[in-house]
Design a protein around this ligand. Sequence first.
Ligand code: IVH
Length: 699
Amino acid sequence: MTNKDLSNRPVSDLDEKGAKRELARLAMELAFHDKSYHQDDSPQISDADYDKLRVRNEEIEARFPHLVRADSPSKRVGAAPSEKFEKYQHQMPMLSLANAFSDEDMADFIGRVRRFLGLDLEDKVVLTGEPKIDGLSASLRYEKGRLVVGATRGDGTTGENITRNIKMVPDIPKQLEGDGWPDVVEVRGEVYMGKADFLALNKRQLEEGKAPFANPRNAAAGSLRQLDPSVTRSRPLRFFAYGWGEMTSYPFGTQYEALQMFKQWGFTINPLTKKLADIEAVLVHYQGLESRRASLDYDIDGVVYKVDRLDWQQRLGQISRSPRWAIALKFPAEKAQTILKAVEFQVGRTGALTPVASLEPVTVGGVVVQNATLHNKDEIERLGVKVGDTVLIQRAGDVIPQILGFVENLRPEDAETIVFPDHCPVCGSLAMRDGDDVVIRCTGGLVCSAQRSERLRHFVSRDAFDIEGLGERQIKEFFEKKLVENPADIFTLERRNSDLKIEEMKGWGPLSANNLFNAINLRRKISLDRFLYALGIRHVGQTTAKTLARAWRTLEALRAVLEQGDKEKAQAELETLDGIGPKVSSALVGFFSEDHNVQVVDDLLKEVEVEEADAPVTESPVAGKTIVFTGSLEKMSRPEAKARAESLGAKVSGSVSSKTDIVVAGPGAGSKLKKANELGIRTMDEDEWLNLLSGMEIN
Ligand code: IVH
């Protein structure tokens, strides 16, 4: 069974093994999306799809609590801080919010609060409802009324110190106004950019030849996390205060009073905040905000409801990383109608043909949309759309909008059926399905110039070789002029330059050419995971590349497995690793079994040195320990247990000796267990073993 089959399977149908696989996949995917969103300010999926992954992860964990992983996404808030700024340790963690998606979820929330507090029927749970601002949260520390630190949330425990930039946000007082503020107070809230300001900024970016931002949230994040604060100053950032961290005294007793006090201290609080006495009032407030959403000058993606009384907040406390006293009731994605003008087929790095709809431009949630993805052939058939149709589109969060359907009675007579090409629009090679894959691919491989140039673009991208001054535009130019056709060609540019004379090309000069060569030379040493990721092998993303690098540490060792001749054996060895399934293993082995790929790699290795990866983790309770499994295991298979232990830095051995640290014995254990007892080696059953691992997970 493939991972893909499992990802569509209802949680209630998963068996233990499947659940474990799904949790591994979700951990990997969510870690990738967290990084894309929080560190790179470049989300790859819609917020709604992201939420779905999270909810699925939580549902599986609820059914199989003993399978909760050390790196479970439910234990993380956001992503670890990026390396650009100094780290800042929050005195009190910056929490995240649990999500609700329906009226029932909201009623359940109130029910949970009532039960937890043991309230009587006549006790009212008053809530404050605040728009959930789609920006990024910041914590502002004031000592004796003076702003001393501004920090991002980071992973909730450690953020980035962005004090100099925070001071550039006009809504944020550098000195608190009025009086009555505690000696030390951390005011928390959201830094955001208005929709009109965002559109104006993007216009400016385009005029200056710079990349536009995907949405106001990304623009705010990108503007706030600038190394040069004067750039931040030139960006129209704003701030709403809605919470607090450390405080030396509590001058207020409710959430609502806190907000009023923040206002007196000089902060802006959201004017649409309301105090609500019951679920009916909550739902009216929610609907009111939803209907006003499009006309607001800033993006909101839901409403945050908080138990108003602080003494109750205190009693309710938190679970995992979110408070029991607050919840975010999310809005459904924003929609709009427009005309589908044409469909274009783009060819990606792996040959996938993606149908992209060009639309009559329309504004959805403050952003002008003119393209939407149709995903693949099946999706076009499922939707039944034709060119000329009036289509319903949805901008779910941040990524390319999707087409949801069309309006039947507005279909013009001359609406044209969308014909999916059976040949590649770029190289003319046959385009077909690969097995039961929904994607139709150009079979041209490296013959196809679209695939070749997309691979090169990927090769130099930020998470791969990341060569400064060699972006999408330059690589396209070099490719079209046939100066760079393979990755290795990048590294021979300087040597060939006496013929090429890049400095004489339009837009280049001696200085920029020289800078480029220097930047290229800086990348002649590269980490193994980046190298693997840069090769652009199907299904090998950053996480998989890291897993491989951690497990084999050198390219030689990994290649010895991949190129051993026996493909099945090679795949089986790869699949002992957590997160590597048959799809990935066959893509890897397949890639290294093709001569032209091996040639590309070998040519490249003449130019670059791949560094050895760091030794495995040393922070787990089993790191460096030698473990022996004996008897039968009931909760996981032997290879899984071995892979798990190894991924936590343990060595798994087949026989017991004085060097053994732990023997995990299941039913049927015999001589090995006996020997362990004789040698005084620590023994445990499978449950204890899992507890040991999960003990580490909790700490
Ligand atoms: S309270 C203790 N209130 O939503 C809970 N968060 O999903 C901490 N957000 O990190 C958050 N508007 O970036 C809170 N009125 C509001 C908010 C809000 C937006 C964001 C914030 C937070 C995220 C949690």
